[in-house]
Design a protein around this ligand. Structure first.
Ligand SMILES: Cc1ncc(COP(=O)(O)O)c(C=O)c1O
Length: 469
C-alpha cells in the first residue's frame, strides 16, 4: 500500500507537470481514478493526500480535488564564501532557550526533535517492559555497553558498509556524548577543530565543553562540506579534528555523495587529522537507498563514527553509540571518568526492538512522513515569505534552512515570533559569527495542522513587515 499510493501520486503529479491537468482543473472522481489505476479507493485517497502535501492539489469541501501548481519554487540558500580564523566557542543563550520548559507551550518549529506522533511508542513500551523483566542483568554497570545492544548495532553497521564486531562499539548517552568523547580522545584544550558552517549548535557546544577553538568551513546546502574550504584550512591551520554530519546535516539537510565522502576521508587521512562523523540522520533518507557513511570508506582507521536513536526511536532514551577505532581505550577512559557507563534498560530495550525486526518497518513510514512533511513546509514557506527567500531542499531528516531576503534579521523574527508563542531557531545559533543572522531553521517534521499552517503564514507576514518596514 505504501508504495502503491506513492506510485499513483507520482503518476498524477507527472500528468499535472506535463499539463494534462491544468491549474484549477478538477481531478476525476476517486472511483474513476481507482478504475484507471487498478487500485483501491483508499489508495487513491491516500495518493490525493500525498499530492496535497506536495502542493499539487487542493481539496474543496464537497467538490473534490483541484489542481494547484506549487508556488514558483524557491531557490536553495547560497553557500557562504568566507575565510575565517579559529576562535574559541562561547554558547549562545538562545540555544539554551530552546530547551527551556516554556517552549513546550509554543508552536514547535525550533527544535530538531521528532514529533511524538511519529515515534514507535507501542513497540518501545513493549520492549522496555521486556527489558525491565530481565532481572539482575538490568542492574549492573554496562561497560562498555550491553553485548546484545552492541551485537545489534554491529549487524546494522554491516548493512551500511561498516563491518565491525560488538567489541568495536561503545554505547553512549546519545550522539552528543559520543561527539564529546571523540573530541576528548583526539584533542587537547586549545586545539583547532574544523566544523561545517552552518553547524549543529550541539557540535559547537561540544567544542566549548572540551575547550577547543573552531574553524568554520563553508557548507553547500545539498553537497555538504566544501572540500576546497577544508583544503585551505588544512594548509593554513594545524587542525586536530574535523566534525561532519555527512548524511542530511543539521541545519541544511545536505548529503555528501559517496565520491565526496571518499575524498573527505582520504584528504583527512593524508593530513593525519581524524574525522569525527555524526551520522544521526542517516536512516532518515527521503528517497533511494540508505546512504553510506564516510566510515564505509575509511581504510586508515581515521574515522570515529557517532550516532544515536534520538532522531528515529526516541530522544528521551538517550541512547547512542560510537566506533572509536584505535581511540577506543581513550574514549572508554573518558566515558568512565564522566559517567562510567550507559543505562542498561534502554540498551536492552533497543536490542529487543531491533531483534524483533520492527525498526525497518517503522522507518519506512517515518521516512515517507518526513519527506511529505518537509515538502509541505517548503511550499508553505514559498507561499508566505517575501520574494528573495531561499529554502534548503533536504534529502533526509526533517529540518529546513531558510535564508531570508537581505536586511531581514532571523533574530528579529525569532524575538517577534516568541512573543506570539511561535518558536523558531535563529541562524545566529549555528555559527560562532553573525554571518547567518538572516537565516532561520524550521522543524518541518510536525503533522500538518491548522496551527502549524497559521504559524508559518504569520512568520511570513512578519518577514514581509521587516522588508517593507
Ligand atoms: C546533528 C546532530 N547531532 C547530534 C545531536 C544530538 O543527539 P543526541 O540526542 O543523540 O545526543 C543532534 C540533535 O539535535 C543533531 O541534530
Amino acid at each position: 500500500m505504501g508504495v502503491l499510493y506513492s506510485q499513483v501520486a507520482d503518476q498524477l503529479q507527472a500528468l499535472i507537470q506535463e499539463g494534462v491537468y491544468r491549474e484549477g482543473d478538477r481531478l476525476p472522481g476517486v472511483r474513476v481514478l481507482s478504475r484507471q489505476f487498478g487500485v483501491s479507493i483508499s489508495t487513491v485517497l491516500h495518493a490525493h493526500q500525498t499530492l496535497e502535501a506536495r502542493g499539487y492539489l487542493e481539496a474543496r469541501e464537497r467538490s473534490g480535488y483541484f489542481v494547484r501548481l506549487p508556488v514558483q519554487d524557491v531557490p536553495e540558500p547560497r553557500m557562504p564564501k568566507h575565510r575565517s580564523r579559529p576562535v574559541p566557542v562561547t554558547a549562545r543563550e538562545m540555544t539554551l532557550d530552546l530547551c527551556a520548559d516554556e517552549q513546550k507551550r509554543m508552536v514547535p518549529l525550533a527544535t530538531a526533535i521528532p514529533h511524538p506522533d511519529y515515534l514507535p511508542l507501542r513497540q518501545i513500551q513493549q520492549s522496555t517492559l521486556w527489558a525491565a523483566r530481565r532481572g539482575l542483568e538490568t542492574l549492573d554497570y554496562a561497560f562498555p555497553g550491553k553485548e546484545s545492544f552492541r551485537r545489534q548495532i554491529a549487524q546494522r553497521m554491516a548493512t551500511i558498509g561498516v563491518p565491525v564486531t560488538p567489541d568495536d562499539i561503545l554505547a553512549t548517552n546519545g550522539a552528543q556524548e559520543a561527539i564529546i568523547l571523540a573530541l576528548r580522545a583526539v584533542t587537547e584544550p586549545g586545539d583547532i577543530v574544523a566544523v561545517e558552517s552552518p553547524s549543529f549548535p550541539g557540535i559547537l557546544q561540544a567544542l566549548e565543553v572540551v575547550g577547543l577553538r573552531v574553524i568554520e568551513i563553508p557548507t553547500h546546502p545539498s553537497e555538504g562540506l566544501s572540500l576546497e574550504g577544508l583544503e585551505l584550512a588544512l594548509d593554513q591551520w594545524p587542525l586536530k579534528a574535523c566534525v561532519v554530519v555527512t548524511n542530511h546535516s543539521n541545519p541544511m539537510g545536505a548529503r555528501m555523495s559517496d565520491e565526496r565522502k571518499k575524498q573527505l576521508v582520504s584528504m583527512l587521512a593524508a593530513a593525519n587529522v581524524p574525522l569525527i562523523e555524526d551520522d544521526i540522520y542517516g536512516d532518515l533518507y527521503h528517497t533511494g537507498e540508505r546512504p553510506r557513511p564516510a566510515k564505509a570508506f575509511d581504510r586508515a582507521d581515521n574515522v570515529i563514527y557517532c550516532s544515536s536513536f534520538s532522531k528515529t526511536v526516541s530522544p528521551g532514551l538517550r541512547l547512542g553509540w560510537m566506533i572509536p577505532g584505535r581511540h577506543m581505550a581513550s574514549a572508554r577512559q573518558h566515558k568512565y571518568f564522566v559517567n562510567l557507563a550507559t543505562s542498561s534498560i534502554p540498551q536492552l530495550a533497543i536490542a529487543h526492538f531491533l531483534e524483533q525486526g520492527g525498526y525497518d518497518r517503522y522507518l519506512r513510514s517515518a521516512r515517507q512522513h518526513y519527506r511529505e512533511a518537509t515538502e509541505r513546509m517548503r511550499s508553505a514557506v514559498a507561499r508566505s515569505f517575501p520574494e528573495g527567500t531561499a529554502v534548503s531542499r533536504p534529502q533526509g531528516g526533517f529540518v529546513l534552512w531558510v535564508q531570508l531576503p537581505e536586511g531581514v534579521s532571523g533574530t528579529g523574527l525569532y524575538q517577534k515570533a516568541r512573543a506570539e508563542n511561535i518558536n523558531v531557531a535563529p541562524g545566529l545559533m549555528f555559527s560562532t559569527t553573525n554571518k547567518f543572522d538572516n537565516c532561520l531553521r524550521l522543524n518541518g517534521g510536525n503533522p500538518w495542522t491548522g496551527t502549524i499552517e497559521k504559524a508559518v503564514a504569520r512568520l511570513g507576514a512578519m518577514a514581509h513587515e521587516q522588508v517593507t518596514g
